[in-house]
Design a protein around this ligand. Structure first.
Ligand SMILES: *Cc1c(COP(=O)(O)O)cnc(C)c1O
Length: 402
């Protein structure tokens, strides 16, 4: 293919843009992962991730895997074959996690929800209240359903579980939420929270994270599901001294250190604010186009990804292909049930206003080129208006010098 000048506009909701300084930090020589100085790289990574998870009580595990490996680790280390688990299904990721649980030999009670909505806490409460024998061992929930751009309310789900006075574990997938939208591991009494490196954490794919509560850790002896590579115990035996039971992805750890510094410098709350502003600007554009989000109402809106429904008779896959070929813009595809019906703009990770405006402009042109009846400039104009009124900088993380 001919050289394509300028940058590719990467607007899929993961992998996300990696800051240049993080890329540079990873360009280091290979090293001995059993050297005496290796723990200096590793130990702060666990501490930094705990801050991102907002946990002091939980323990973080890091696997050389993608987020899917984190899913498997969370299930395999807490449950036994035949255990009953509850999962709400409303998109491709909540579907795949259900499928994994079934393939691992768990008995999944699925709460089917309309795509474009999320986990309904009242239904979870009802299911748990009915389960007087406490057969349900875990409630699984996808915090941010990346396929449809839907965020569920984890605090409300915790409250529902407490209302039902049910002892089930709370297992959360926040692969496309952590580090971009608020996540409070301790406050929400989450038992396992799965994430990955290539979304809000602004790294390449290749690290799977799981934060685990003491309650869940105490259950690991009874967790009879097979596991070897993902066994928490092997990591517990080595992580404390700054090592791993097998070769860790050493270069990614250099990137992780730099990404955690970026997060620290900007400040988590500022990062959440920036994502909220950029998401609202995107939604202003969608409104101005006269189009709808896949998310059915405001309560479900995700601040990290917007899935935009194209008009009847238009193939969203063609728009995505055209945006890539003609404008060097990568938009997210519709997955499974919504394939061809939506395209997604990922507004997650290391991005700012003008980058987002570029993506909105590109999406707008790609839609116009494919016969979508919108007005050129309408989405960009609406987003500009929103962004001019709403700075992404909430407050400087460190006070500016006088
Ligand atoms: C990306 C993603 C995953 C899967 O992560 P991989 O890194 O592709 O294995 C799981 N859940 C959600 C919500 C995601 O967005």
């Amino acid at each position: 293919m001919a050289r394509r000048p300028g940058r590719n506009f990467l607007f899929v909701p993961g992998p996300t843009n990696v800051p240049d300084r993080v890329l540079r930090a990873m360009m280091v020589a290979q090293e001995d992962h059993r050297s005496p100085i290796f723990p200096e790289l590793i130990k702060p990574a666990f501490e930094g991730l705990k801050k991102v998870y907002k946990t002091t009580e939980g323990q973080v595990f890091i696997f050389p895997s993608s987020g899917t490996g984190g899913w498997e680790a969370a299930l395999a280390n807490t449950l036994a074959p035949g255990d009953k688990v509850l999962n709400s299904r409303f998109g491709q990721f909540s579907h795949l996690w259900t499928d994994m649980a079934q393939r691992l030999g768990l008995d999944v009670q699925v709460l089917e929800e309309e795509w474009g909505t999320g986990a309904h806490e009242e239904k979870i409460e009802e299911a748990l209240t009915k389960d007087t024998a406490h057969e349900i061992k875990a409630v699984m929930v996808v915090h941010n359903e990346t396929a449809t751009g839907v965020t569920s309310n984890i605090a409300a789900i915790r409250k529902a579980m407490d209302n039902a006075k049910h002892p089930a574990l709370l297992l959360v997938d926040s692969v496309s939420g952590l580090g971009s939208i608020d996540f409070r591991f301790d406050e929400w009494k989450v038992d396992c929270a799965v994430s990955g490196s290539q979304k809000g954490l602004m790294l390449p794919a290749g690290l799977g994270f799981v934060a685990v509560s003491q309650k869940a850790l105490n259950l690991r002896k009874n967790s009879k599901l097979n596991k070897v590579y993902f066994d928490f115990q092997d990591h517990i035996n080595t992580n404390g001294s700054g090592y791993f039971p097998y070769t860790p992805a050493t270069n990614l750890f250099h990137g992780l250190r730099e990404a955690l510094r970026c997060i620290e410098e900007e400040g988590l709350e500022n990062i959440f604010h920036r994502h909220a502003v950029l998401a609202r600007a995107t939604r202003a554009a969608v409104d101005a186009w006269g189009l709808k989000l896949c998310a059915k109402s405001e309560r479900w809106h995700s601040d990290t990804v917007s899935a935009i429904v194209v008009p009847e008779g238009i193939d969203a896959a063609k728009i995505i292909r055209h945006a890539y070929d003609r404008y060097n813009l990568a938009l997210g595809a519709g997955l499974s049930k919504v394939a061809g019906k939506v395209f997604r703009i990922g507004h997650i990770g290391d991005l700012n206003e003008l980058m987002l405006l570029g993506a909105i402009a590109g999406a707008e042109m790609a839609m116009l080129d494919n016969g979508v009846n919108i007005k050129a400039g309408s989405g960009v104009g609406a987003a500009q208006d929103y962004l001019r009124d709403n700075p992404i900088e909430r407050q400087a993380a460190t006070p500016k010098a006088a």
